[in-house]
Design a protein around this ligand. Structure first.
Ligand SMILES: NC(=O)c1ccc[n+]([C@@H]2O[C@H](COP(=O)([O-])OP(=O)(O)OC[C@H]3O[C@@H](n4cnc5c(N)ncnc54)[C@H](OP(=O)(O)O)[C@@H]3O)[C@@H](O)[C@H]2O)c1
Length: 180
């Protein structure tokens, strides 16, 4: 199962126009509480992200690659791998990436870290099962969009964690009005 698990502003942005997440990290949040990272990561066997997110992690995390599982980075460029990680770079069609992630994950689930267009690419391929969002009490007016596609989703569950309202949605497919 592929889950897009992320935090977002109330007006649907992952980051501001300068890729700042300062608005996010100052919020009250319990990593071991409802929808927290600890329980989520325990079920994850492989991750995928776009190159902006990868470069954000490199710029903000010192030391070795922080994820101890196979990690794919989508890029059309020739990017260097951070030491200490099982990093794999890919471009183009996300379907072979999904197959390789599934094979590497040892039966565990897959995490789509971001960004929003990459989530849209997996959704268009019919490969995005869930969206789990934690909504911060912030609006930015502009920035990197959460999921810039027209989709229908079904609310499965929700909870409050600190300053966040977190919800799990099942992706049901293209927006009903767009289906022929
Ligand atoms: N709020 C949160 O919890 C959260 C979570 C995740 C990310 N973020 C932040 O949100 C921002 C996301 O940035 P973003 O929206 O620009 O998205 P992104 O997905 O991180 O990066 C987009 C870039 O990835 C590459 N890419 C994407 N799909 C590709 C494909 N199929 N083939 C080849 N390359 C592909 C392209 O760059 P190149 O080809 O030029 O390399 C593209 O410009 C970042 O600032 C990140 O730190 C926040």
């Amino acid at each position: 199962m592929l889950t897009y698990y992320t935090a977002t502003t109330l007006d649907g942005f992952l980051a501001d126009e300068h890729d700042s997440l300062d608005w996010l990290f100052r919020q009250e949040h319990d990593e071991s509480g409802p929808f927290g990272m600890e329980a989520f990561m325990a079920g994850i066997g492989a991750i995928v992200m776009g190159s902006t997110t990868y470069e954000w992690v490199l710029a903000h995390e010192d030391g070795p690659w922080p994820y101890a599982i196979p990690s794919w980075v989508m890029t059309s460029r020739d990017l260097a791998a951070r030491d200490g990680g099982d990093l794999r770079f890919a471009s183009g069609d996300v379907r072979p990436v999904f197959e390789a992630m599934t094979a590497a994950a040892g039966g565990k689930d897959l995490w789509l870290v971001g960004g929003g267009d990459l989530a849209g690419q997996f959704a268009e391929a019919g490969l995005l099962d869930e969206v789990v969002v934690s909504v911060a009490p912030v609006t930015l007016g502009a920035g990197r969009p959460l999921l810039p596609r027209r989709l229908d989703l079904e609310l499965v569950e929700s909870a409050v964690n600190g300053a966040f309202v977190s919800s799990r949605y099942r992706v049901t497919g293209p927006l009903r009005e767009d289906r022929s």
